[in-house]
Write a protein that binds this ligand. Structure first.
Ligand SMILES: CC(C)[C@H](C(=O)O)[C@@H](O)C(=O)O
Ligand code: SF4
Length: 823
């Protein structure tokens, strides 16, 4: 059992905690720290102007803009609403779609089966990142011979075939622009302020650094976006995190975001879009802002945003896919309006004092388990709550740490500098600076293996032009090719069981970097410091006058501009080879019935054995570890479910985990007493594996946003009940008694005549589940509204059409386009 409420050693506990519940159901916040005051204010309501479609279940209203003053999120949201259903569910337009090899194969396969095309290839960009080996590509001839792991190879090859078939722009392994999907989007200027941006990946939040609304989606939603360029979304709450003051020496944006997650917890932002504000954020570079927004997902938020400003515009100007000339001026004028208005209401406000932050490191297996580097490992004996205590004990056992030990005494085996959080040029410069500060003969500590994985091929070339690679290689670092690498180890870069790593990535979950591997999250400078000493180290030891002297005496590095490397001609998306079903335009033929049956299984009543689970923050890495993500199918994942809990890593034998015991091997329902179920990665493989095992309904006190969506896309029902109700149902489950979940009546019926427990579900989702309806079929009913929106969009924001290096892809006038959309 483990509990993931924020926990800290007495010395190191941030002086602010979340305690009270707001009327929005968020666990907030009364702080003892006067500098971390948190307020909770209601969102301004707005009236909806309705119009009705013939079908009673698909009522839409006109977009419902929030009355001024509005937040940045309100503005971007309002600008993308195509329609809003009367219960608040909106169809929003998606400007940018990034695609990678892990979460897209099943989506393309379904498009193929339905005979559907990709609606906006010009707004879609694909690359390979998770599976690619980071070994030298000097002798690369083709994927077939280069990627030796068959399932990794199959995913990369599947994407290569899909981009050809569907006519998508693709940065493959021979393209120097290939890299981590969240690095290449901004690098190319594909990511722009004011856009909506999605990807089948939870760290899509990164792109919010540009003032865009960017969030991760599951594979079913990837398919939805490919087919319709839209998503059905409910507006999230507004949460602002303001960081004011002066940062201490050695503190980077990574330390700031780790500190924030320590303060608000990994569920702190659930149901919210975060806006990062304050003088500290304003002073950050785009790279630093991206690291912050990247980890919004670790704070539980749907997205993180930062208002665009001169720093944003300077970063974007002259990027290959950014608007040029007059169009740039027009775009910039619009972008300048993208900031929260004076007096705009936030549902939740968090204030952080910059002076409270010192270089930060994680000690446990959740990103909220943070401690200043000067701190000690927490002592569970001092924790009164039994669940929290057990949880800390479990983490410490996994991490091999002794309570009270100084963080600075913790020895490391490996260093990983990379990932979509910290693999950009500035990150590499800051790590190199630490190496140089040690002196001309600096070497990685004995017995330590340190790897550097630039975020993209262009960053690698850029760093090489500045001489950073020489600094690293001379000190004994391994200088690799671009990819996700040991952030999650879907390629061969992994930790061995028991190995300890200082890592610049974003997740320290059990087994994340390799089964049994132990991860400490740190900034690039802290990772470099740990590489040089062989222990977690306070980076401030490598700053100061002596460090400056060493750096000045070291090799002269030249500062190069990214623009020198952004010179590849980008062509319009290639012509698709895909055969599309003959469809007739809505003008010439009445629409097919809205209630088009689909392959989604209906959910009406599910009765059966329920398995109890007493774990907080069940993450999707825990539900299904990375090695099972390399599939091209949605099925066959029953054995992968909770794999590391169900299998003994040494013997491979079944453990006594609940789902291995009778009668729970037959479970149809999972009752979790811990909050924030399904947090972390957007992998839809998590609900697929639950479904395959036979579990159709999960009951928990709260769910992570993406996971909740993903379950309902698969005909499964997430039921949110209070902790007490979950505990009561878990007791029934522990007694081996059956529960009955009735979606029609919205109640969970209990055995032995105990009163049923009522629950509520989103009206629209309930209707879809009861009838087995599929979102895409429903959205396609709105084709003419989507096309109209596209027409308005072309007029207002022409820079969003086309991939545009050599002039735009010609976008036909609306009437012709409708025809073209119907292929
Ligand atoms: C593979 C992908 C679904 C996943 C994510 O969503 O985050 C991965 O990038 C991760 O970091 O775990
Ligand atoms: S978090 Fe890691 S695995 Fe996920 S996209 Fe970023 S680099 Fe890749």
């Amino acid at each position: 059992m483990r509990n993931r409420s924020p926990r800290f050693s007495s010395e190191t506990r941030p002086r602010s905690r979340l305690v009270a519940a707001s009327k929005f159901g968020l666990q907030y916040i009364k702080r003892s720290n006067p500098h971390a005051a948190i307020t909770s204010t209601p969102n301004p309501s707005s009236s909806l102007l309705s119009f009705f479609l013939p079908n009673p279940h698909f009522h839409f209203t006109m977009p419902a803009p929030v009355a001024a003053p509005r937040t940045l999120y309100d503005k971007v949201w309002d600008d993308h609403v195509i329609d809003t259903k009367e219960d608040g569910l909106s169809l929003i337009y998606i400007d940018r779609h990034l695609v990678h090899e892990v979460t897209s194969p099943q989506a393309f396969e379904s498009l193929r089966q339905a005979g559907r095309a990709v609606r906006r290839p010009d707004c879609t960009l694909a690359t390979v990142d998770h599976n690619v080996p980071t070994s030298s590509r000097k002798n690369f001839t083709n994927v077939q011979s280069f990627i030796t792991q068959p399932d990794s190879r199959a995913q990369v090859q599947a994407l290569e075939e899909n981009v050809k078939e569907f006519g998508l722009t693709y940065f493959g392994m021979t393209d120097r622009r290939q890299g981590i999907v969240h690095v290449i989007g901004p690098e190319e200027g594909f990511t722009l302020p004011g856009i909506t941006c999605v990807c089948g990946d939870s760290h899509t939040s990164t792109h919010g650094a540009f003032g865009s609304l960017a969030f991760g989606i599951g594979t079913s939603e990837v398919e939805h976006v490919l087919a319709t360029q839209t998503l059905l979304q409910r507006k999230a709450k507004n949460m602002r995190i303001t960081v004011e003051g002066t940062l201490n020496e050695g503190v980077t944006s990574k330390d700031v975001v780790l500190h924030i997650i320590g303060v608000i917890g990994t569920a702190g932002g659930t149901g919210c879009v975060l806006e990062f504000a304050g003088s500290v954020i304003r002073g950050f570079s785009m790279e630093a802002r991206m690291s912050m927004c990247n980890m919004s997902i670790e704070a539980g938020a749907r997205a993180g945003m930062i208002a665009p400003d001169e720093i944003t515009f300077d970063y974007l100007r002259n990027r290959p896919l950014a608007p040029k000339g007059e169009e740039w001026d027009r775009a910039e004028a619009y972008w300048r309006t993208l900031k929260s208005d004076e007096g705009a209401k936030f549902d939740v406000e968090v204030n952080i004092r910059a002076e409270d932050i010192i270089p930060t490191v994680t000690w446990g297996t959740s990103p909220q388990d943070v401690v200043p580097i000067t701190g000690t490992v927490p002592d569970p004996a001092k924790i009164s709550d039994p669940v929290t205590r057990a949880s800390v004990e479990r983490s410490l056992k996994y991490m091999g740490l002794t309570p009270g030990a100084r963080m600075e005494d913790v020895k490391v085996d490996k260093i990983f500098i990379g990932s979509c959080t910290n693999s950009r040029i500035e990150d590499l410069r800051s790590a190199a600076k630490i190496v140089l500060a040690v002196g001309p003969d600096a070497k990685v500590a004995d017995g330590v293996y340190a790897m550097i994985v630039p975020g993209s091929g262009l960053i690698k070339q850029h760093a090489e032009a500045e001489g950073l690679d020489v600094v690293f290689k001379r000190a004994g670092f391994d200088w690799r090719e671009a990819g996700c690498s040991m952030c999650l180890g879907m390629n061969p870069d992994q930790l061995e069981p028991g190995e300890r790593c200082a890592s610049t990535s974003n997740r320290n979950f059990e087994g994340r970097q390799g089964a049994g591997g132990r991860t400490h999250l740190v900034s690039p400078a802290m990772a470099a410091a740990a590489a040089m000493t062989g222990k977690l180290t306070d980076v401030r030891k490598f700053l100061g006058a002596e460090a400056q002297r060493q750096i000045a005496a070291g090799p002269k590095l030249k500062l190069a501009s990214e623009l020198e490397f952004l010179t590849d001609p980008v062509l319009p998306s290639p012509a698709p080879e895909h055969r599309v079903k003959e469809e007739v335009s809505p003008e010439s033929k009445p629409l097919p019935p809205i209630e088009t049956p689909s392959s989604v299984e209906k959910f009406v009543i599910v009765k059966g054995i329920a398995a109890p689970l007493h774990i907080d923050n069940v993450d999707t890495d825990m539900i299904i570890p990375k090695q099972f993500l390399k599939t091209l199918k949605r099925t066959g994942l029953a054995n992968a479910l909770f794999f590391t809990l169900r299998k003994d890593p040494r013997t491979g034998e079944d453990t006594d985990f609940i789902l291995n015991r009778e009668p729970y091997t037959q479970s149809k329902i999972l009752v979790c007493t811990g909050a924030n179920f399904g947090c972390g990665s957007s992998r839809e493989h998590a609900p697929w594996s639950l479904n395959d095992f036979g579990i159709r309904c999960i009951i928990a006190p709260s769910f992570a946003d993406i996971f909740r969506n993903n379950t309902m896309q698969n005909g499964m029902l997430p039921v949110t009940l209070s902790k007490e109700e979950c505990k009561a149902l878990a007791e029934d489950a522990e007694a081996g008694l059956e529960l009955e979940v009735d979606l029609e009546k919205q109640e969970v019926r209990r055995p032995n005549g105990k009163p049923a427990i009522p629950f509520t579900t989103d009206k629209f989702r309930r209707h879809c589940l009861l009838n087995g309806l599929d979102d895409i079929a429903l959205t396609l009913q709105k084709d003419s509204s989507i096309a109209e929106f596209e027409g308005r969009r072309s007029q207002s924001w022409p820079w969003l059409d086309g991939l545009g290096y050599k002039g735009k892809i010609p976008i036909a006038p609306l009437a012709q386009r409708k025809k073209k959309m119907d292929w």
